[in-house]
Design a protein around this ligand. Structure first.
Ligand code: HEC
Ligand code: HEC
Length: 459
């Protein structure tokens, strides 16, 4: 209804269409959070042993060897590990190495690694991780280390079938979490070799959101599912290894500080020149057309914390139908578990209109990463049906359309014979991968659209 009236107005002339009426959508509620120490939080994030299973360190060192972490503040056993791996001590006293939050929550833009930016180049299309862990196993001889490796290898193989995406860059964390919940008793958190729930096979592809949004957002996740205590929800990545409530409680205590650090994060600044006159022209257009949903920016910013129903925003509906960890059995598991003490999942049939701070750095766009540039977000006729990133180098960036350089191709994944080439194609005809909706920029003139893009660079 609202979209239809927008389009009718667009056809009538150059007057700006009225912004969609959002008065019917209530502000998402803000829940109290525990206070923490941000400096301690960063230290725990990059040095803490919150993933307590993994590849024994001795085998890791033989297979991979030392590396420059690429981020500041790494100490002790972490000083020679890349930023996306952390050292920990297993319950049996074996030093282990495992992937950490930054595997998904650190990304590069214009050649700079930014902690908190979603990684837009990770490959979840194959069982790479499982074969990597298998390879490490073949060189372990010590029986205690072998047992520790086996524990990790079993878990990686249990979840591998549920976490495959169809294209490089999108993330399967929501399905990964569901697969881990399926393999745990909610009351004791004990690992179950046989899953007690059917882990969903449909993987909703998700573009990892940047952490700096949490300063403004009342709720976590695209579908507003993350409610209550955020620190508790954030430590859910420990589900891979944490086998008891006592162990979980100790990690939770440190995550109070991690959450506090995440909420201090600022978006990175646009690194190139901005046409200030053009951006100044874009500001009132943005405020008239976009602010009701996305807020205002500058000295006294506002952010309305709105959830827009999926039939209104009309982007891909799969995630908003409540898939993976957001389907009813898993929402219930969460409520009955250690997590349910202070937090809960309440997924909605819609998407949060996100704060747009640092939006320039976060391509591709929408919750499923289906649109490679801001130009495409604002003009749906410019969205490619099938596209391939020109490279995964973060300097291969288009500062005019604002997003990744891409090649639009004429066929989808089904027509591509090799798996290697297939997974490079973002095919928007696949379920979960559609690039429809969000028509709110379509009615603008091309001059106004250019001005809004220039303004967005300044946020
Ligand atoms: C395997 C990839 C992966 C790992 C590892 C991971 N995350 Fe995430 N994270 C995601 C994805 C994907 C989302 C968005 C999910 C959604 O909204 O449906 C997300 C969402 C979040 C959000 C909410 C952001 C928002 O705007 O709502 C926070 C905060 C967060 N993660 C923190 C963490 C922390 C802290 C860790 C480590 C303990 C971690 N994540 C580990 C992939 C990951
Ligand atoms: C009726 C509310 C509404 C209006 C008006 C609106 N948006 Fe959005 N916008 C949304 C929602 C909801 C999303 C999330 C959609 C999704 O992820 O599937 C979104 C997503 C976006 C994104 C992508 C964010 C990301 O994480 O990739 C950008 C950029 C954006 N909007 C810019 C704009 C601009 C610029 C305007 C004005 C021309 C505008 N929006 C108008 C609701 C709105």
């Amino acid at each position: 209804m609202r979209i239809a009236s927008l389009l009718v107005l667009a056809a009538c002339g150059t007057e700006l269409p009225p912004p969609p009426d959002v008065s019917g959508y209530p502000e998402l509620p803000s829940d109290p959070q525990r206070a923490g120490d941000p400096a301690k939080g960063y230290d725990y994030l990059v040095n803490g042993g919150y993933i307590t299973c993994g590849i024994p360190r001795s085998a890791y060192d033989q297979v991979v060897g030392p590396a420059d972490p690429g981020i500041s503040g790494r100490t002790g056993a972490n000083a020679s590990l890349p930023y996306d791996f952390s050292a920990a001590m297993s319950k049996e006293g074996v030093p282990v190495v495992s992937a950490n939050c930054l595997t998904c929550h650190a990304g590069s833009i214009n050649g700079q690694l930014v902690v908190g930016l979603g990684a837009a180049d990770r490959n979840f299309t194959s069982d790479q991780m499982a074969s990597y862990v298998d390879a490490a196993g073949s060189i372990i001889t010590d029986p205690t280390e072998k047992a520790e490796w086996q524990r990790f290898d079993d878990r990686i193989h249990a979840i591998a079938p549920y976490t495959k995406t169809l294209t490089i860059g999108v993330n399967s964390a929501d399905s990964l979490t569901a697969a881990l919940m399926a393999h745990r008793d909610p009351a004791t958190l004990a690992w179950l070799d046989q899953p007690r729930l059917d882990a969903p096979m449909i993987v909703a592809p998700v573009d990892v959101p940047p952490w700096w949004r949490m300063q403004k957002k009342h709720v976590m996740f695209y579908t507003a599912a993350g409610r209550g205590d955020h620190a508790r929800i954030e430590m859910a990545a420990s589900l891979l290894c944490t086998d008891s409530v006592d162990e979980a409680r100790a990690i939770d205590a440190a995550f109070v500080d991690v959450r506090a650090w995440i909420e201090t994060l600022q978006a990175p600044k646009w690194p190139f020149a901005i046409d200030q006159a053009l951006a100044a022209r874009g500001k009132p257009v943005f405020e008239k057309t976009c602010s009701r949903c996305h807020g205002t920016y500058g000295d006294s910013p506002t952010y309305p914390n709105l959830l827009i129903p999926v039939d209104v925003v009309a982007t891909d509906p799969l995630l908003a139908t409540g898939t993976a960890e957001f389907s009813p059995d898993f929402v219930q598991w969460f409520a009955q578990s250690f997590w349910g003490e202070t937090s809960h999942l309440d997924p909605q049939p819609g998407y949060v209109a996100p704060p747009l701070d640092g939006i320039w750095a976060t391509a591709p766009f929408f919750h499923n990463g289906s649109v490679p540039t801001l130009e495409g977000v604002l003009d749906s006729s410019k969205r490619p049906t099938y596209w391939v990133r020109t490279s995964y180098d973060s300097t291969d960036f288009d500062p005019v359309a604002v997003g990744w350089n891409f090649t639009a191709i004429t066929h989808g994944q089904a027509m591509e014979p090799t798996q290697t080439a297939r997974v490079k194609i973002y095919d928007t005809t696949l379920d979960g991968y559609h690039n429809t909706g969000h028509p709110f920029g379509d009615a603008l003139s091309s001059d106004d659209r250019r001005a809004v893009i220039e303004y967005l660079k300044s946020l």
